[in-house]
Design a protein around this ligand. Structure first.
Ligand SMILES: [Zn+2]
Length: 314
């Protein structure tokens, strides 16, 4: 296996088994900290997969298939962190493109801060939903096949997308052509050093973490290396989505929570209604404060669930 960043031969294997017991290797370039899935799908097969099959497995509720409405309802509440990090770079003149916009959860939350939003997603149902919900144009093809003008967008974002693309270099270089001078690129991916896989010894979580649609696994180092290689200079932020109770559920049972809403919201304790407001407030505030400290610590240790690169063309 060759590393797509440094071109060196890679022999270290970090897992031999993926989610649902699929037997495939993920290699690690220790030099670049890049995880590489042993995959032999062509770019064409991948595109077919994302336009038809992906939503059947990438769902908020692990027990059943998902639709755009459900995706939107689940995730549109949890865009704060992204918006907070991006806000300093957005204004009423900003033209923003999101690649892999899914059901428009981010676009919906950002649209009032910018001049123009445009989306791209291969999933036709999601694209249609986003277009209606956000009142914007959403394309379902490769950016090169859209009529979008080059050197146009001030900000191009791609959340949880880079890890799915066959050739990350081509992907970034293509987007680059659509950036206006001084434009910014923003890429969020799952962190290979996520505490649940990097810190805690959870064999079932490990199999859950690696799955066949993620062709690449990044850390701060590899994410920076791969985007900087296309001529950008940027910084990586660490963000944590799931809360401390979700992590303790994993730690305690080594199984996922059936409903991701619980884990993505502020932590809530099951308290008896009849107890005093004072008592309930004290314990609720305590767990919220623990959650904040926990997330802060994960960010400090660089073992959060997600990493976000924000950079400009050099
Ligand atoms: Zn490498």
């Amino acid at each position: 296996m060759k590393c797509t960043i440094c071109d060196k031969n890679v022999t270290t294997i970090i897992t031999k088994e993926l989610r649902k017991g699929e037997k495939r290797n993920v290699y690690l370039c220790e030099n670049c900290e890049l995880g590489i899935l042993d995959s032999n799908l062509s770019a064409e097969e991948l595109k077919k997969f994302y336009s038809e099959e992906y939503r059947k497995i990438g769902t908020p509720n692990i027990s059943h298939n998902s639709n755009p409405q459900e995706l939107f309802d689940t995730y549109s509440k949890f865009q704060e962190e992204r918006i907070k990090i991006l806000s300093p770079y957005l204004n009423k003149k900003t033209k923003l493109l999101e690649v892999g916009c899914s059901a428009g959860m981010f676009l919906y939350n950002v649209k009032n801060q910018v001049k123009e939003i445009v989306g791209i997603d291969f999933d036709k149902k999601s694209a249609e939903y986003t277009s209606k919900k956000c009142g914007c144009k959403v394309y379902t093809t490769d950016i090169k096949e859209t009529p979008l003008p080059k050197k146009y967008f001030n900000v191009i974002v791609a959340f949880q997308t880079l890890e799915h693309v066959k050739n990350p270099h081509d992907f970034i270089n293509n987007l680059k052509e659509y950036l206006a001078p001084g434009g910014m690129i923003v890429m969020e991916v799952p962190n290979l050093y996520d505490a649940l896989v990097y810190l805690y010894d959870l064999p079932k979580h490990k199999r859950f973490y690696y799955h066949s649609s993620h062709l690449w696994y990044f850390t701060e180092k590899s994410l920076k290396l791969i985007i900087d290689k296309s001529g950008f200079k940027g910084k990586v932020y660490h963000t944590q989505d799931y809360n401390v109770l979700n992590h303790f559920h994993w730690v305690d049972t080594d199984t996922p929570d059936s409903d991701c809403n619980k884990g993505l919201n502020k932590p809530i304790l099951p308290l008896r209604k009849e107890r005093s407001e004072k008592m309930k407030k004290a314990i609720s505030n305590f767990i919220i404060s623990v959650d904040k400290d926990y997330k802060k610590m994960l960010a400090h240790l660089k073992i959060t669930s997600n990493i976000i690169y924000i950079g400009k063309l050099k």
